[in-house]
Design a protein around this ligand. Structure first.
Ligand code: AMO
Length: 433
């Protein structure tokens, strides 16, 4: 329908005929002069109509337009120093393609501020704001960078079931569903399936996946439907091989985001590319927290507040925005986590980014007997894990992996709450749109 996007229009096209299409962003009627700002994916272009110069049909078409209607404009590009970006379009014809009702549910020109709920309720229109659209084009770039990195490292992208029969990450966070005459659940993660893949010989698998978590959190950093990069790799020496991969993956994503100049300009943001990721043990993290006034009893997970404080300490004292926390107490981690020799600690790690856990992973248990013991120890019934345990009995290599929350990475990259970086967030209160 169009010959160009607004972004293609520069002074070099002076005197050229073009066809543009998009939304009516603004209309200003100054009597003899009428200005119309057309918006498309790439930005804005001023359309200028002048009595005596522009044909009557076009002038009256402009009078009939409502803001946010979809139009097609044909006309001539003219250099004009007074126009934004030094160019404007003199219209020969304006076609109304889809009329927008008024009043609008949301002001795209941002003259009236809207709260987050109003924005999310009208997300289609919220996304017409260039700086909101930029979040999601940037997100797409970050996903591509991650996928490209993993492909280069020999990972096979897979898809695992999202309707499952047993929990992988603890029974309290499951969404039950009815599956014909049986009980089933929405998948909390691909954990069991990606591990089973390690006995197939594919060696390295990844999935850009959805987690469903029935957590009753109501925070800046939790949702009930999450997107994550899940990876699993076989024939590892220990968890450090997995951490090295995670470091490469996250750096490829941060680097790509930092180079997305057009999106960052629209968002008015700058992204630092952190240096080499530092690792501290769980015990060291507790020590640092204690020194900074927060006492966490040994064995307990870091709560949101202590994660935040630790992020501040890591940045202030070590100059690190990205850091691993390693060797968590065995009992604080899921049953599939490989214990250290002492059985007190585990071969596990979290990745913190500016005070938020963005990933967690570990070396896994590959011995079927030990795995069954750990399932029982977690108060779970091994019979419910028969299909999983089966894959460990006929040759299972040492392996490990992680889940990297994409929503969390985006929120930390852009310093925004999680709802802002997810198109249609699912939280305790929000099931539509
Ligand atoms: P975990 O449960 O720690 O590990 O999840 C991995 C990562 O997913 C993101 N995440 C969330 N983000 C927003 N809201 C939530 N409710 C939420 N829950 C999780 C976080 C988190 O670090 N199977 C393991 C991973 C593995 O060991 O391979 C797992 O699911 O960024």
């Amino acid at each position: 329908m169009r010959s160009h996007y607004s972004g293609d229009i520069t002074g070099r096209l002076d005197g050229k005929k073009v066809v543009l299409a998009g939304w009516v962003h603004e209309i200003r009627d100054m009597g003899k002069l009428k200005f119309l700002v057309l918006r498309d994916r790439e930005g804005f272009i001023q359309v200028t109509a002048k009595k005596g110069d522009t044909c009557e049909e076009v002038l009256s078409a402009i009078d009939q337009l409502s803001k946010e209607s979809v139009i097609k404009v044909e006309g001539l590009i003219v250099k004009n120093e007074k126009a934004p970006r030094g160019v404007e379009l003199k219209p020969d014809s304006i076609e109304l393609i889809s009329k927008a009702d008024s009043p609008l549910p949301l002001d795209v020109t941002q003259k009236v501020d809207a709260d987050m709920d109003t924005r999310l309720n009208n997300r289609f229109m919220d996304l017409r704001k260039p700086e909101v659209a930029a979040i999601f084009t940037l997100r797409g770039e970050v996903v591509n960078a991650g996928r490209g990195f993993l492909r280069e490292k020999g990972f096979v992208e897979i898809n695992t079931p999202k309707i499952i029969a047993s929990a992988s990450e603890g029974g309290t966070e499951l969404f039950p569903i009815s599956y014909f005459d049986r009980e089933a659940f929405l998948a909390q993660s691909p954990q069991l399936y990606k591990q089973m893949m390690m006995s197939t010989g594919l060696d390295r698998v990844c999935e850009l996946t959805t987690y469903f978590r029935a957590e009753e959190h109501d925070t800046r950093r939790h949702l009930n439907e999450v997107t994550a990069f899940d990876c699993e790799m076989a024939f590892i020496e220990d968890e450090e091989d997995v951490m090295e991969l995670l470091e490469g993956l996250v750096m490829s994503m941060v680097k790509k985001a930092s180079e997305s100049d057009a999106e960052l300009e629209r968002l008015g943001k700058k992204i630092n590319v952190p240096g080499k990721i530092e690792g501290i043990t769980y015990d060291k993290a507790l020590k640092l927290l204690k020194e900074n006034g927060k006492n966490i009893p040994w064995g307990e997970d870091l709560d949101t507040e202590s994660e935040k404080l630790l992020g501040e300490v890591m940045e202030r004292e070590y100059g690190k925005q990205l850091y691993f926390i390693t060797h968590f107490p065995l009992e604080s981690k899921p049953f599939y986590t490989m214990p250290c020799e002492d059985r007190k600690y585990s071969r596990s790690f979290d990745l913190g980014y500016k005070g938020v856990e963005v990933a967690s992973g570990s070396q896994r248990i590959h011995d079927p007997k030990l795995l069954e013991d750990r399932i029982k120890h977690a108060g779970l019934n091994p019979e419910n894990f028969g299909f999983y345990l089966q894959a460990f009995k006929y040759g299972m290599p040492p392996h490990g992996g992680f889940g990297l929350g994409l929503d969390r990475v985006m929120m930390q990259l852009l310093d925004l709450p999680i709802r802002e970086v997810v198109l249609f967030p699912r939280d305790r209160h929000r099931l539509t749109p």
